[in-house]
Design a protein around this ligand. Sequence first.
Ligand code: PEP
Ligand code: MG
Length: 598
Amino acid sequence: MMPKTGHPSPDTPTPEEAVRAGADAGEDTVEETATVVDAVPAHTPRLAGVPASPGAAVGPVARMAARPTLPDRAPAAEDPAAEADRARAALEGVARWLDARAAGLTGDGAAVLTAQALMARDPELARRIGERAEAGEAAAWAVHSAVGAYQELLLAAGGYLAERAADLADIRDRAVALLLDEPMPGLPDPGHDHVLVADDLAPADTVQLDTDRVLAIVTRQGGPTSHTVILARALGIPAVVGCADADTLRDGTAVAVDGDAGTVDVEPDAESVERIRGRDERRRALLAESSGPGRTRDGSSVALLLNVGEGDPEDAAAHDSEGVGLLRTEFLFLDRSEPPTVDEQTAVYTRLLKAFSGRAVTVRTLDAGSDKPLPFVGTGPEDNPALGVRGYRTARDQPGLLTDQLTAIAAAVRATGTRTRVMAPMVSTPDEAAEFAALARGAGLAEVGVMVEVPAAALLADRILAHVDFVSIGTNDLAQYTMATDRTLGSLPDLLDPWQPALVSLVAAVGRSGERLDRSVGVCGEAAADPLLALVLVGSGVSSLSMSAPALPAVRHALAHHTREECRRLADLALAASSAGHAREEVRAAANPEVDLW
Ligand code: PEP
Ligand code: MG
């Protein structure tokens, strides 16, 4: 037995050694879904969370600091002139910090940070802050209030200036943190490979991740279908979410993160590090042989497609896939305060369609609202935004956004000739499906579908399919609405489990409708990325599976080891199970053990 962490034996690696091992493991990490973790040695403290993005890595923690909060009551400034100097010095400190970060980057990244540093040195901003400090506000409060007023001016000016308001908020938070002697908010930049630990990540944080440096992500909040998870999977970064004890992890502590098992081992011993690396190596070898179109063992096709959002389309196209099953267009315009013009959108879609020339691309119209607010899609304050104006519903008040988008997509299709399907998110009724189909066809788009993400749409799939050419099931939202469980919650992961028999049963109802009416039914939610569940989906009548690139090889490998009839039998088992856990276990026991992934 190895000694407890904190009392190292000659065999126990120092944190630095563990980190070095982790850097290697990080490079070697296989990102596809794996299975069971061997029992951890009793002396390695283990934190449990929700498995979120497959793969494993070992490295030192770097925490994402929260935005500083100013106490309600500001202390009286004893020496206003000195406060003004402190405030201006903090801004200069932020500017220098930004310069230093920019120096380590090239291209757009460097340009963005340099521009932000210039803003921090804006003489008008310094003057306003000085004025407030000299009027008696303590330095941190002077920065806060002056920036707030300046932001309002920018927002009122609209356009490019309004977009800078968010940058200003970032500068403010950094300056206030310096003045309060708190850690810099936002993504950490420790200058070396690290495991990012955060309370939660906003989509905007995740898209800025330095994928070369972040070995794994651990968050205290977040459920198995939150957007943090989706983005982490898309980036191929192992992740554990809903890890209640994540806030006990300190900067620099070595951890081993297992994104398949949902565990975080603190100061892992050599045995844990070895175990994680060995398992990844076995799986990598297995999956390296997986390539080409999706087929069951008896040769029936199941299209294997990619979920695509931000990032270079050319990089996405380089993956071995049959096309795009879900282009999340809202991720292309997350940071915009004004709607992108038809021409801008046409250019973005054209680039993507060109990259996927010869394959099929399914473009989803903007899915704004709820956990994906877009500044330029005004949904107004709502008590229950997940049940409010989101997805296709935003077209009620802002029909122009949808028609502009359809116009841009049609123009990109004409420019490239790439086979393109278009679909609307969050459609609830056959009437909405008919309305969207008419709009999309009117814009010149030939293949039109809708997403099935609410139980109402699943229950009336026949009637919806009468209006459209295909449907794609969004199991993330379908789980949320079927189980009445907020998908962003970390506290009820079992209810959001895509193996819930109620969810599988709705998928099967839609699959049967598709088979009866000879229309294609896809799945583009995270359920499609689980190789064992993928078999159940195919056995339920699903003809295409769309997922983030790292998940593709394992799903392809699992399909290739089962006939369509075997998939049907597995689906029957899942449907008849009394719980998500039983469904998974029964299907696992009946599936082909040669797959060696579960
Ligand atoms: C889904 O809900 O399953 C889906 C694919 O859409 P999103 O995750 O973008 O809401
Ligand atoms: Mg959805």
